[in-house]
Design a protein around this ligand. Structure first.
Ligand code: BGC
Length: 420
């Protein structure tokens, strides 16, 4: 009897073991990202919920740090030790780099079923591919060249919403005189780079921007126009508060939300902070195209690249992730929360605010007119090595009161050359 019981127990246990893989339809997705601010966390939570609804397990791999430099360092360690996450937020040429080293999974079958070639703007589709195969799924499109304004602070200071760089400095002077911080900023290399690239766009236009950041053309970088960019950049420093060093971007946004500062130059993930704080565009804040860059669009596409993983259930979950990210419900809710616009061209934008609607309209027009350019500061324009070289020169210049604009252009040429 005892023996029989033991046998029965053994049989039922092994049946349970056999049944487990059949009933466990779900796998796990581990997703590396750096979406940790209030607005970003709300956005990534949408993805987590949608994955969990399908029975998949979400393993959050969040590495804080705006623009993802810290996240990229952690990703390298994990991938090199043979244990990559299922997916990671990778962007632009970094996607190509990881794919060419053999780390990324081919998701072209899913892309084909989902008609990605038709529903995605060409520029977006190309960025997601390596050697003609899809290896990443796009989540949303951010615009960098925005200026965020607190209208109540402007009103109190008697300042006018600027449309040109001259007007920007006029407004900054009025804000300063009124005793508020004119420009909320965080002294981190990518934030310095974000202002810098907006100035390059304003002063040199899309063609010049492309020559500087994409083609890294030495003659264009040595030009008088570039000297003007550095001079203007230096002038901007005079409107940033002394506590800016190391400040996170979302804390700078909070200064505008709370009326401690009048403006911030930042991509539209800043809008997600206003949204999370219950603020409305056109009422509590204004999204204004960076003065001097009207019609131009510095774009930053958020995307998740899929890594080669071995576990079959997790591969299935990874496929679920790809389908979920490109699906209309995710595209709508994620981008509403993230401040970006959907990547698909077949999404009704009725629920989106005026900033997003303008962004979508401007992106389309800028694409058609050759005025859309990839963000250098957000890893869309060049390799991480070239980006690092540009950051070094730009940040050192910003922090050195005695730095010479003309010399800086030469330093930029030399640094880029060494990094190539
Ligand atoms: C990313 C955004 C993110 C921002 C701030 C950018 O590089 O593309 O998704 O919100 O950095 O961390």
């Amino acid at each position: 009897m005892k023996a029989l019981n033991r046998l029965a127990l053994a049989v039922s246990l092994s049946c349970a073991a056999l049944a487990a893989p059949l009933t466990a339809h779900a796998g796990e997705v581990e997703v590396l990202h750096w979406w940790t601010s209030g607005g970003e966390a709300r956005a990534v939570d949408v993805l987590k919920q949608l994955m969990q609804k399908q029975g998949d397990t979400w393993k959050d791999f969040a590495v804080a740090g705006g623009a993802g430099e810290a996240a990229m360092t952690v990703l390298k360690t994990r991938a090199v030790s043979g244990n990559p996450p299922s997916a990671a937020q990778l962007k632009g040429p970094d996607i190509q780099e990881w794919a060419s080293m053999g780390f990324l999974a081919n998701i072209s079958d899913i892309a084909k079923q989902g008609n990605w070639d038709t529903i995605l703007p060409k520029r977006v589709a190309q960025t997601m591919q390596h050697d003609g195969e899809y290896v990443a799924v796009p989540a949303g499109i951010h615009r960098i060249n925005w200026l965020w304004i607190n209208p109540a602070v402007f009103k109190k200071a008697g300042a006018k919403v600027p449309t040109t760089l001259d007007e920007f400095f006029e407004a900054a002077d009025k804000l300063k005189a009124a005793g508020v911080v004119p420009l909320a900023h965080g002294g981190q290399n990518w934030q310095d780079g974000t202002i810098f690239e907006s100035l390059v766009m304003a002063i040199m236009g899309p063609e010049g921007y492309d020559k500087v950041f994409v083609q890294t053309d030495a003659d264009t970088i040595r030009s008088d126009k570039m000297v003007e960019v550095f001079k203007t950049f230096k002038r901007i420093k005079g409107y940033v508060d002394p506590n800016a060093a190391g400040r996170d971007w979302n804390l700078a946004t909070a200064m505008v939300i709370e009326g401690k500062a009048g403006m911030q130059i930042m991509g539209d993930w800043a809008k997600a902070e206003f949204t999370a704080a219950g603020k409305k565009p056109g009422v509590d804040y204004e999204c204004v195209v960076m003065p001097g860059t009207q019609g131009d669009f510095i774009y930053n596409i958020d995307s998740l690249a899929m890594f080669k993983i071995k576990n079959k259930d997790n591969q299935k979950a990874q496929d679920d992730l790809v389908r979920t990210v490109i699906d209309k419900p995710f595209q709508e809710v994620f981008n509403l929360n993230k401040g970006s616009i959907p990547v698909r061209n077949d999404i009704d934008l009725a629920k989106f605010d005026s900033c997003a609607q303008q962004s979508a309209k401007d992106f389309q027009a800028a694409n058609a007119e050759g005025k859309a350019e990839p963000s250098m500061a957000h890893s869309m324009a060049n390799t991480s090595y070239v980006q690092g070289a540009i950051f070094d020169v730009v940040t050192n210049f910003f922090n050195d009161a005695n730095a010479d604009p003309k010399k800086a252009t030469e330093q930029l040429v030399a640094a880029i050359q060494a990094a190539k």
